[in-house]
Design a protein around this ligand. Structure first.
Ligand code: ASP
Ligand code: MG
Length: 415
């Protein structure tokens, strides 16, 4: 008998009918002899609705109160799910984050889990209960309710699985796994049976929205076997079949399977580029430009500095698109008077496309294959950055889909 954690997203919890499907699935697992802990999200649309109410009252709402409000969505979910599981003839008991408690820091609206007390949950499990714990929330040292940021129920589930040393954490969602790329852009994208944590982490931080990034960090750190799978399948389907569906996120590289060089292609349209042209190429310039930007709490992603000409150079970097205006303000007010650049320009119409794969460690030529593919399509590369297992390029936004499809094909990812 093993302990299993199930997480259900908002769509799976979207109506009382769907909640009863969740209950049937959980009951099936319980009857197969597993101890079950379930972590649901709020019903779909509910968190948006709650935050919308807050926005109707205040443009700049107090984050502590936002958490107080947003956390109620999950409280409703756990109660309804407990009733539905009881209706299946099982014992079920629900808890909110503070009742467990799930302890977090006090960074309201983006809190981090610090510890989870497992005593109450374990006692209930030993007494034969299915235990249901709210996703997305916890409690801080001031006894205030906190939330973990949008999509945070994924992290709650993995953290609960880590705390209870669960056999596996199954994340039920409205897609049936992790794909080589977004099937809406490339219909030939295929589901990956397995992906490593490192790759998943890159995919999540580069724009794949399947899991909250922090949940993947948690899964990697505590070695929680995590699987992403569909909640839209028949809840009564054969358990062995179900247990093997979806995508498994593993911490072991699979030596037996032939490893593709590239596992997936990620993209995101959230960035904008700033170019500062004609700045003197001397020590301290990068610092003079990026220091004030960092001080304004603006994250910078990619950076390039061109080779210098007559002692002058061009400097470009990307920021989140939402922060473009803020960054330009800082540069005009603080940076420009100091460096006297010839020109400051910006371009929000860019996107970042990345190829990800641990296979890159043992294969040379991935970068050149990527660049060749883009050049054949006539796509100009504006910036490049690499890590051990990914290569990212910035290109014009209008070429994003073309680039993703061409790369998907070039690296043999099609189904
Ligand atoms: N209900 C929260 C949200 O919509 C948390 C979650 O669903 O993961 O972001
Ligand atoms: Mg989600």
């Amino acid at each position: 008998m093993s302990l299993i954690v199930h997480k259900y997203g908002g769509t799976s919890m979207g109506s009382t009918e769907r909640i009863q499907n969740v209950a049937r699935r959980v009951a099936k697992w319980h009857r197969a002899g597993h101890q079950m802990v379930v972590v649901p999200s709020a019903m779909s649309g509910e968190t948006n609705r709650l935050l919308g109410l807050a926005k109707e009252i205040s443009d700049n709402p107090d984050p502590r109160e936002l958490d107080q409000i947003a956390a109620t969505g999950e409280q409703v979910s756990v109660g309804l799910l407990a009733l539905a599981i009881q209706k299946q003839g099982l014992k079920a008991k629900s808890y909110t984050g503070w009742q467990v408690p799930v302890r977090t820091n006090s960074a309201y609206t983006k809190a981090r889990i610090e510890s989870i007390d497992d005593a109450r949950v374990r006692k209930d499990l030993d007494d034969g209960y299915v235990v249901i714990i709210t996703g997305f929330q916890g409690i801080d040292e001031h006894q205030s309710i906190t939330t973990l940021g949008r999509g945070g129920s994924d992290t709650s589930a993995v953290a609960v699985a880590a705390a209870l040393k669960a056999e596996e954490c199954l994340i039920y969602t409205d897609v049936d796994g992790v794909y080589t790329t977004d099937p809406r852009v490339e219909p030939n994208a295929k589901r990956l049976q397995k992906i490593t944590f490192e790759e998943m982490l890159e995919m999540a931080s580069l724009g794949s929205k399947v899991l909250q990034i922090r949940s993947v960090e948690f899964a990697g750190k505590y070695k929680v076997k995590t699987r992403v799978l569909s909640s839209l399948t028949d809840p009564d389907m054969n358990l062995t079949e179900e247990a093997q569906s979806g995508t498994l996120i593993t911490y072991e590289e699979d030596k037996t399977m032939e490893q593709a060089v590239i596992s997936g292609i990620a993209f995101n349209r959230d960035e904008a580029k700033i170019t500062i042209a004609g700045v003197p190429d001397k020590p301290g310039v990068a610092y003079k430009i990026l220091g004030p930007v960092a001080q304004a709490n603006i994250d910078v992603d990619m950076i390039i500095q061109n080779a210098s000409h007559d002692g002058m150079t061009d400097f470009s970097f990307t920021v989140h698109r939402n922060e473009l205006n803020k960054a330009l303000d800082v540069i005009k007010a603080t940076v420009q008077p100091e460096i006297q650049a010839r020109e400051i320009t910006s371009d929000p119409e860019i996107c970042k496309v990345s190829v990800v794969g641990i296979g890159m460690r043992s294969h040379v030529g991935v970068a050149s294959q990527m660049f060749e593919t883009l050049s054949k399509e006539g796509i100009n590369i504006q910036m490049i950055s690499t890590s051990e297992i990914k290569i990212s390029v910035v290109i014009a936004d209008k070429y994003m889909e073309l680039a993703v499809r061409a790369l998907h094909k070039a690296f043999g990812l099609e189904s």
